[in-house]
Design a protein around this ligand. Structure first.
Ligand SMILES: [Zn+2]
Length: 118
């Protein structure tokens, strides 16, 4: 797990962007039947019916999305999208191993969040 911790630290210190009223997140909200949604693609957190200010205030939620940014970084954009889709088909959204990993890190306060917004 040391390498995971190492890479997670790097991601927390990297530049990310947050996009409100995102078309991608809007599509995801329809598919997931959720009113508000956050979707990570690469280094961008796409939001639908949620705002940047609330995301930045909610450290648990922010940490969850940062884990997904780390997963994109670890696997690469296309490969991660395919792995994520495969996991969702196999195990469903909740039991998707990438979601399980993100939820597991939500309350982990080490390392501290140190993001730079683009
Ligand atoms: Zn997630």
């Amino acid at each position: 797990m040391n390498s995971y911790k190492c890479c997670f630290k790097l991601v927390l210190a990297m530049k990310i962007s947050i996009k409100e009223k995102s078309f991608i997140a809007r599509i995801a909200s329809k598919i997931l039947h959720e009113k508000s949604v956050a979707v990570v693609i690469g280094k961008t957190i796409h939001l639908w019916n949620a705002d940047k200010k609330n995301l930045l205030k909610n450290k648990k939620w922010l940490r969850h999305e940062l884990v997904h940014i780390q997963q994109f970084r670890q696997h690469g954009l296309i490969k991660f999208l395919l792995l994520y889709a495969w996991e969702s088909l196999k195990n469903g959204y909740y039991n998707n191993k990438f979601e399980v990993a993100a939820r597991a890190k939500e309350n982990d306060e080490t390392p501290a969040i140190n993001i730079q917004l683009k």
